[in-house]
Design a protein around this ligand. Structure first.
Ligand code: NAD
Ligand code: ZN
Ligand code: ZN
Length: 389
């Protein structure tokens, strides 16, 4: 089959690779019908996630048609259209029973690697390094889905791929980002990053009762989408001082809830940016956490900082004094996707959410290598790429 494979930083290739086969009784094989490139894939593309190997198949946002089933899968049939969450959950362990699916203890066969870095391991995930299990991803013609009986969600007839594809990751991620803010009536929510995750966080913050959302980025087309589609007020962080602007907009208090939808590769002008670059070069820091710092420092006392943005390892100069002395709550996590897929599907069916608005590029899978470069550089006003095998 054909697939997008990682060969090194900024080197993704459209390659011929072996077809996946059933390994365990609860596996299914999918014929992929749609897949997308995520902001998280850019961390792999830029070479910031350790333990990638040459030839690894990328992709964790995908859906398709069931073509083969293991004997342990009784709730699916050949021909079913399904969407798959990016993180793999067994459904039966301590964490899965508590619906903390992204902490599943059974799905990461390389847990020992993750334990060395993170103390305890996280879940397995598709196409996302050997630290998360080394699973082949779904930017491919076919993919093996483990524990398919608890992960694959059937798509109702009449819904298009584009309506449901983002249930695999970014829509639940935007929702969980807003949900863990604990939004109260009257709240103002500030969202750093107007990528697809930020766009969905804006919409979900309003769904969950925010009175105002203020979105921060520097790309005009992303800020425009946040205003026109999300109903947010916007701040261009290259044009004004974000801290001053937020104070002005909130009567000096600061936003009640702050969402970091940027993560480990924040773009940071000025001295702070140079500081993080230097520390990363010297291997004294693995991530550039400027947005996390700003979200903390700008949040009102007693407020909440929610972090859907991905961090990989060790960060520096996190203002813990501000967190402690001003009673800031920080909530974060790889999304417990399985928890949100069905309720969000229902909201899509009810017309409360239309996730298709973020899509700017629709391309055949073979154009994936170019699409990675376009998405990385935000060229051609690229916000979200959907690929068709
Ligand atoms: P993206 O690259 O499209 O968007 C990131 C945005 O952040 C860009 O628009 C960029 O201009 C903006 N940005 C960079 N520096 C900034 C700064 N200093 N201030 C304000 N904005 C800044 O990516 P995306 O797909 O929207 O993903 C966003 C983040 O969410 C990534 O870190 C991704 O890995 C993460 N993510 C997490 C989960 C999860 O399970 N928690 C799931 C999906 C994605
Ligand atoms: Zn993702
Ligand atoms: Zn589990």
């Amino acid at each position: 089959m054909k697939a997008l494979c990682w060969f090194g930083p900024h080197d993704v290739r459209y390659e011929t690779v072996p077809d996946p086969v059933l390994i365990n009784p609860r596996d299914v094989i999918l014929k992929v019908t749609s897949t997308a490139i995520c902001g998280s894939d850019l961390h792999l593309y830029n070479g910031y996630i350790p333990s990638m190997a040459q030839g690894d198949i990328l992709g964790h946002e995908f859906m398709g048609e069931v073509i083969e089933l293991g004997p342990g899968v009784s709730n699916l049939e050949r021909g079913d259209r399904v969407v798959i969450p990016f993180n793999i959950a067994c459904g039966g362990c301590f964490s899965c029973e508590r619906k903390q699916f992204s902490c599943c203890e059974n799905s990461n066969p390389n847990a020992w690697m993750a334990e060395k870095m993170w103390g305890h391991a996280g879940t397995g995930a598709y196409g996302y390094s050997h630290l998360t299990g080394g699973y082949a991803g779904g930017q491919a013609e076919y993919v093996r889905v483990p524990y398919a009986d608890v992960n694959a969600m059937k798509v109702p007839d009449g819904m298009t791929d584009e309506q449901v594809l983002f249930l695999s990751d970014i829509l639940p991620t935007g929702y969980m980002a807003a949900e863990q803010c604990g939004i109260q009536p009257g709240d103002t929510v500030a969202v750093w990053g107007c990528g697809p995750v930020g766009q969905f966080a804006i919409g979900c913050a309003y769904l969950l009762g925010a009175e105002r959302v203020i979105a921060i980025d520097r790309f005009p087309e992303r800020l425009k989408m946040a205003r026109d589609r999300g109903g947010a007020e916007t701040i261009d962080y290259e044009a004004v001082d974000v801290g001053e602007a937020l104070k002005e907009l909130t009567g000096g208090l600061g936003p009640d809830r702050c969402i970091d939808a940027v993560g480990m590769e924040a773009h940071t002008p000025g001295f702070e940016g140079l500081y993080d670059k230097l520390k990363m070069t010297l291997k004294l820091e693995s991530d550039r956490p400027s947005v996390l710092r700003h979200a903390i420092l700008n949040c009102r006392g007693g407020g909440t900082v929610s972090v859907p943005g991905v961090y990989g390892g060790l960060v520096d100069k996190i203002p813990m004094g501000s967190v402690m002395n001003r009673s800031i709550t920080i909530k974060t996590g790889q999304t417990h996707t399985q928890r949100y897929m069905r309720p969000l599907l229902e909201r899509i069916m009810a017309g409360q959410i239309d996730p298709t608005f973020v899509i700017t590029h629709r391309l055949p899978l073979e154009e994936g290598p170019g699409a990675y470069a376009t998405f990385l550089r935000k060229q051609d006003e690229c916000i979200k790429v959907v690929l068709k095998p």
